[in-house]
Design a protein. Structure first.
Length: 201
């Protein structure tokens, strides 16, 4: 079901760094997630093809995909088995902590953005553009998390409704088309963004 469409310029969660945090705060937060991943084997291993099925309708076989906030990389592995050129990025996981210096056909970001502080959301959305994707697929939770960091803080920093996220998407991708899709799970929304043909040239 398509909830909205207009022209405009989130699994058990992975984590992405927060651009405007001081180095001390950023490193502490990343360390909190590293401890969380180490102590809870099931944390950061979710994500399913059915959640991003609409993206596959747009991609060619062997397309390149960046899983942005990939957690332990379970979906990256599955995408590779399907024949995609898949890479992962997640600074809380040592083997995925380096942001790739290359282009990708698509970026997927599943259950990650709600972990970002409100003041850092724009920076993270802009970071996705650095790999020059044609498509971006977002899954976002709108509820507090059942999980907490070792220091007791709730894992979901930014709990906002879909209309707030719609505004953020419009501000950061003004020349992209965006389709709001029915949430795959209660309390979530999904968004398929496509770069305009003019920007792809």
């Amino acid at each position: 079901m398509i909830l909205a469409r207009r022209s405009i310029r989130t699994r058990l969660c992975g984590f992405i760094f927060l651009g405007r945090l001081s180095n001390v705060d950023k490193n502490e937060l990343i360390e909190q997630y590293r401890i969380k991943h180490k102590n809870h084997e099931s944390y950061g291993v979710g994500g399913s093809f059915s959640e991003i099925a609409e993206l596959f309708d747009s991609l060619e076989p062997a397309s390149s995909i960046l899983d942005f906030g990939c957690g332990k990389g379970a979906l990256v592995k599955q995408l590779r088995l399907m024949g995609f050129d898949a890479k992962g990025y997640d600074p809380a996981i040592r083997r995925f902590e380096n942001f790739p210096d290359r282009k990708f056909d698509a970026v997927i970001c599943m259950d990650v953005l709600e972990h970002i502080r409100r003041e850092d959301v724009d920076d993270i959305l802009q970071m996705m553009l650095e790999v020059d994707p044609k498509y971006i697929f977002l899954t976002i939770s709108h509820t507090t998390a059942i999980n907490h960091l070792p220091n007791g803080r709730n894992c979901h920093e930014t709990v906002e409704n879909p209309f707030w996220w719609w505004s953020k998407i419009g501000q950061n991708f003004p020349q992209w088309s965006a389709i709001g899709l029915e949430g795959f799970r209660p309390g979530t929304s999904r968004w398929l963004l496509k770069k305009s043909s003019e920007e792809q040239q």
